[in-house]
Design a protein around this ligand. Structure first.
Ligand code: AMP
Length: 632
């Protein structure tokens, strides 16, 4: 067994040999000619010339040895559904869905937009899309029609797949209705919409000629077999949008071969799930964690994956542990917010179940506070592995890698750089490496390892400009996170360097929320900042200037306006972006050159010192923020 340090060194200094070994974890239809083409930095092409297919590796490859083994277990505590698909049954479903897509004219390189709740058909749709060499763009169901329309126009899908509705906390959440609205707003709507009708929304309407019923199509294509399209390793598999500092989300583009190899390696080196064992990831397919660790990685690895629709506390807070016990889950992957929610419940729920199968609880997506980590560790009696990554990376950047070496973990730290990542902490102004204990920008020296984003969809220039041009003097990838490293080499992530906030593990751009607030005709200007929250990590708080101050002069007027602003955000962006509070002021604190002093606003909202104010144009603006926060 190599030590972690040796494995990490090899991954960077004997790159070819290292990744050639890892590439043997997946099937190749045509072997690759070279491990890496890095002739055009920072664009990296991994496993050049190799031909493979994500769906083949996730499904077909396992049919001979594990055709009858459970591949996908779908559990909905909202509808009561509980269905297991063996690898063979999964293959049948995916082939049939691929035939449906092909019949709609979808082919290699075409985009398919998936806007679906957490149901099996969403997984079939993703796998069917990559099977035929098309590119999926899954949009999280919590995003509103306007956000969906922006993503439609950027990806220009040929077909969209949706469902009539999802369910959350016993309430029906319409999906198709939102799709209709988004298609009205979009400039480049697709010609066809395939609808999985769960019969949850009796009010759903259909557009003749455009909307197709999945059940009918499925009956037509019963028993269909569709061969996999072998893609060159660097051909795209999917686009996944993520927030940044502008109001315009970026389409993170993922390749095919590098992603499959990275995920396969991560299941062994990091998550320690063997083929035939079960992984339970509690994210949503609309997020990167869902793409990688609900769908692709467990299946590529020949494991069983659990797809869960529902809340962690319904029908009672024991539900996740019941699932772990019933399905002998080996590794669970969740978020700190979910664990904080469970921590507030009666611990007896956890003790009710036999959790002997569980070996690890991995947590990611946001900073993991020590009390939460300790509580989970004490209650579950298994190691809690804090690990750090991003939509862009597609798989962990910093993590303990117990499959390589079981290094001790420190609370508050996602441990060490993952194999393949040349992680550095750099001074934001000089670009020099910072010393032990000093705060620096967490950066990655390119080439980015296999599995990471290869570009911004349709915008190579934006990829280089956004990610590789912010550290002075060198072309390195910025994660836009601050971090420190202690004397033992453990990393500690301190928060974002940009105006991105993290609400319950979900990344939101403050600029995006500001644009949504400003869609309200009565708002002249607004500043949105992330404020520390004991449950969700951060929540957005808005400070708005109204065009007509008379509208918010009375308490009732202000309350009405507040509600309207929140409704506007729900409509424009989705409820995930809804500010926790909206305060009205007549002036926002800005520098003399007109730049918003967000850090100072945020500091005041968190009860901290607002910092250096020498550049402020009008100090009374901060006084207004103080008063608004004090409820005056
Ligand atoms: P997303 O791309 O939406 O998954 O968000 C990625 C961001 O979440 C990172 O850039 C970090 O700011 C934050 N993040 C993810 N995992 C962790 C972690 N383990 N500790 C601290 N922050 C994290």
């Amino acid at each position: 067994m190599p030590t972690y340090a040796e494995a990490h060194r090899r991954s960077l200094h004997e790159r070819e040999a290292f990744w050639t070994e890892k590439a043997a974890l997946i099937d190749w239809n045509t072997p690759f000619e070279s491990v890496l083409d890095y002739d055009r930095p920072p664009f990296a092409r991994w496993f050049v010339g190799g031909r493979t297919n994500l769906c083949h590796n996730a499904v077909d490859r396992h049919l001979a040895a594990r055709g009858d083994q459970a591949a996908l277990i779908f559990i909905s505590t909202e509808t009561g559904a509980h269905q297991t698909y063996s690898y063979r049954e999964l293959a049948d479903e995916v082939n049939r869905f691929a035939a449906i897509l092909k019949a709609q004219g979808v082919g290699r390189g075409d985009r398919v937009l998936i806007y679906m709740p957490m149901i099996s058909e969403a997984v079939f749709a993703m796998l069917a899309t990559v099977r035929i060499g098309a590119i999926h763009s899954v949009v999280f169901g919590g995003f509103a029609a306007a956000s969906l329309a922006t993503r439609i126009d950027d990806a220009r899908p040929k077909v969209m797949i949706t469902a009539d509705a999802g369910m959350r906390g016993g309430k029906t959440v319409p999906y198709k209705h939102l799709v209709d609205e988004a298609l009205r707003l979009a400039r480049h709507p697709p010609g066809k919409v395939i609808i999985v009708d769960r019969k949850l929304d009796p009010a759903m309407t259909r557009v003749a000629g455009r909307d197709l019923d999945y059940a009918r199509l499925a009956a037509e294509h019963e028993g269909a077999k569709v061969p996999c399209v072998w893609l060159e390793a660097s051909e795209p598999s999917y686009i996944l949008y993520t927030s940044g500092t502008t109001g315009n989300p970026k389409g993170v583009q993922r390749d095919t071969g590098g992603y499959a190899v990275a995920l396969a390696a991560s299941m062994r080196d990091i998550f320690c799930v063997a083929p035939g064992e079960t992984m339970f990831t509690t994210s949503d397919i609309g997020w990167v964690v869902g793409h990688s660790y609900i769908v692709y990685a467990p299946l590529i690895n020949g494991s069983t994956t659990i797809l869960y629709e529902g809340l962690p506390i319904r029908p009672d807070p024991g539900i996740w542990w019941q699932i772990v016990a019933e399905h002998k889950v080996r590794t669970m992957f969740s978020s700190p917010t979910a664990i904080r929610v469970l921590k507030k419940q009666d611990p007896a729920y956890m003790k009710k179940f036999d959790l002997a199968s569980l070996r690890y609880l991995f947590l990611a997506g946001e900073p993991l506070d020590e009390p939460t980590a300790r509580w989970a560790s004490d209650s579950l009696g298994v190691p809690i592995v804090d690990h750090y990554w991003q939509t862009e990376s597609g798989w962990p950047i910093l993590s303990a890698q117990p499959g390589i070496e079981d290094t001790p973990r420190k609370f508050g730290s996602p441990s060490f750089p993952v194999v393949g990542y040349d992680v550095r902490l750099l001074h934001e102004m000089t670009g020099e490496e910072v010393g032990t204990g000093e705060k620096g920008v967490l950066a990655i020296v390119p080439p980015l390892p296999p599995g990471c984003m290869t570009t911004v969809w349709g915008d190579d220039e934006r990829f280089v400009k956004t990610y590789f041009s912010t550290i002075p003097g060198r072309q390195v990838y910025s994660t836009f996170d601050w971090a420190t490293r202690d004397a033992d080499g453990y990393y500690f992530v301190l928060g974002r360097t940009d105006d991105v906030i993290n609400v319950a593990g979900h990344r939101l751009g403050t600029r995006e929320i500001e644009e949504a607030v400003q869609a309200h005709a009565g708002i002249a200007e607004v500043a949105v900042v992330g404020v520390a929250d004991p449950l969700k990590g951060q929540i957005p708080v808005a400070f708005a200037v109204v065009k007509d101050p008379a509208r918010v002069a009375s308490a009732e007027g202000a309350a009405k306006m507040r509600r309207e602003v929140m409704d506007t955000v729900d409509r424009e962006l989705g409820a995930i972006g809804r500010p926790g509070a909206v305060h009205f002021v007549s002036l926002l604190p800005k520098t003399r050159s007109g730049k918003l002093l967000r850090r100072s606003i945020q500091a005041l909202a968190e009860g901290r010192d607002p910092g250096d104010l020498t550049t402020i144009e009008d100090p009374s603006a901060l006084e207004q923020i103080r008063q608004a926060l004090a409820g005056k």
